[in-house]
Design a protein. Sequence first.
Length: 156
Amino acid sequence: MENKDIQIYSGRSELSKSHAALVKIGEEATADAYAPYSKFYVGAAILLEDGNIVKGSNFENASYPLCLCAERVALASVHSQQPGAIVKMIAVTAKNPRKKVSEPVAPCGACRQVLCEYEKKQGTPMEVIICGETGKIVVFKSAAQLLPMAFDHTFL
């Protein structure tokens, strides 16, 4: 994937201080995940324009379609607790006690849609940082890069 607006880093040591700090908080959020079935723990950390940070973690249910992803939990928290807040960036990370997650974990399709719509609603790009426990890290300058040709309100 060749794109100047998508940066790929070989590890955490290459990240800027702000990216590294947000990734660390995302990693901490994985400890709050409720994943008794998959044992796949996902954490998200959102940096708001005012400097506040909001965390989210995945929340599973025995009926898998009812699960909540960390990204949507964090965004819903921002929207409900600080309506109108501008999201500057979101870091998403994952861990698995059965095997190390060594590749970046990309948001699912539903999360991509929600991230894109939130970005469009706020009228400014949000950076999206994705990573696993180790290995490379990918930084997208805009959530829109995650979902080209996204469905939006203009179709309604």
